[in-house]
Unconditional design. Structure first.
Length: 397
């Protein structure tokens, strides 16, 4: 049997190449600590050997140098213990040169990964140890040599505190951004759900009205036909319609639990655009209507969705553009109803999940319901334009 790719067997992605593993390791925290150890250990050991002045064998000097630098490999996890090891090695080493470089790295690590209070405490401990060594009879440097040690340690502590603060700020911003993105997604999902509930309510009313007419017409036909077979067929149609109505009511009962609208409330359509525009003008919006093409009778769902799209677009204009001049164009194309709502405002809008932007989600839901499309974007120059296309489909009459 041929060898198969592990991915085809559901075993996950194939192992990474050695070069990819090396690059990934070099970008990790342990790799950084190893590089820091090497960068500090080599010059520290060389300087210790050069300044030992015949005091002690070579291996002792190397041992103390490693004791001061090897702990840097775990400096992130135990920074205070690492600093204590460095101070101990610096005091006991036979080399004449203080271990300034490991001390700088140790204090910097505390500043970058611990609080500023802990950093200042560590800095004071280093100064106290240097002063105690100098005034206690230490042979490798005088008390005045504490000044450069204190200066270097202060720079390391300040840099660590600054870098640590920046890192924490970035982490906080990333967490806030992630939380805001999650909240925006939840708001967008909620807006979609609410709009779908609203659409289901409206379509329920439309379907319920039409099914009711089918039931009434079937019963009327059966009563006037005078043929027993026809009467049985029409009774079956009426009974099927009533059962369909009952099933719809049961299915949507939960959705209507918090809906105070009447069951078969009349739904608006494009014939009600004049009233909608009048209300918009009363709210201070300068809006004009243009109709292109020969008007035609629309399926109730398309007619209702077209009205809601125009209504929501005008609401967004009032929210975001105030008294901007607005034009509403209703074009009856050969295959679809084309709606264009354009204003001459500043062209800025919230995104679909931003406050005030949920209307765009609703409009997309409505156009998608009929296989249409919707675009909402800044217009060339200035202003904002919403274009919606609602195919007539098989329901157009």
């Amino acid at each position: 049997m041929e060898d198969q790719d592990p991915r085809d067997l559901g075993h996950g992605a194939p192992p990474r190449r050695p070069a990819e593993r090396v690059r990934a390791w070099l970008g990790s925290a342990p790799a950084v600590d190893v590089l820091v150890f090497l960068a500090v250990a080599v010059p520290t050991t060389g300087a210790s050997l050069a300044t030992r002045e015949g005091k002690g064998p070579t291996w002792i000097v190397v041992l103390f140098a490693l004791a001061a630098t090897l702990p840097l490999l775990v400096r992130r996890r135990w920074p205070f213990a690492v600093l204590a090891c460095i101070l101990t090695a610096a005091v006991l080493s036979p080399a004449s040169l203080p271990y300034a470089l490991p001390l700088v790295v140790g204090i910097y690590t505390i500043g970058a990964h611990r609080s500023w209070q802990a950093t200042i405490t560590a800095y004071c401990v280093v100064l106290a140890a240097a002063l105690a060594y100098g005034y206690g009879g230490g042979s490798r440097f005088d008390p005045v040599d504490v000044i450069p040690i204190g200066f270097l340690s202060a720079i390391a502590a300040g840099t660590g505190i600054y870098i640590g603060g920046k890192r924490r700020s970035i982490t906080t911003l990333e967490e806030q951004t992630e939380r805001m993105d999650r909240e925006q997604r939840l708001l967008a999902e909620r807006a979609v759900a609410e709009e779908r509930v609203r659409i289901s309510h409206e379509l329920h009313d439309v379907v319920a009205h039409n099914v009711s007419l089918i039931v009434v017409q079937a019963q009327a036909l059966g009563a006037t036909a005078g043929d027993e077979h026809v009467k049985e067929a029409t009774d079956g149609i009426a009974d099927l319609g009533r059962r369909t109505m009952a099933e719809m009511h049961r299915t949507l009962r939960l959705l209507r639990a918090h809906d105070d609208r009447p069951e078969l409330a009349p739904q608006p359509g494009l014939a009600d655009l004049d009233d909608l525009l009048s209300r918009s003008r009363a709210a201070g919006l300068d809006v004009e209507l243009a109709v292109e093409g020969a008007p035609r009778s629309l399926a109730q769902g398309v007619d209702l969705s077209a009205f809601r799209i125009v209504q929501e677009a005008l609401t967004n204009v009032i929210k975001h553009a105030g008294r901007a001049r607005t034009s509403v164009t209703v074009a009856y194309g050969p295959e679809a109803l084309e709606l264009t709502i354009a204003d001459d405002g500043d062209g800025r809008r919230g995104g679909p999940s931003a406050p005030g932007g949920h209307g765009l989600i609703g409009m997309r839901e409505r156009t998608g319901l009929f296989g249409g499309s919707l675009t909402a974007e800044p217009a060339a120059g200035h202003g904002f334009v919403v274009r919606a296309s609602l195919p007539y489909g098989d329901r157009a009459r």
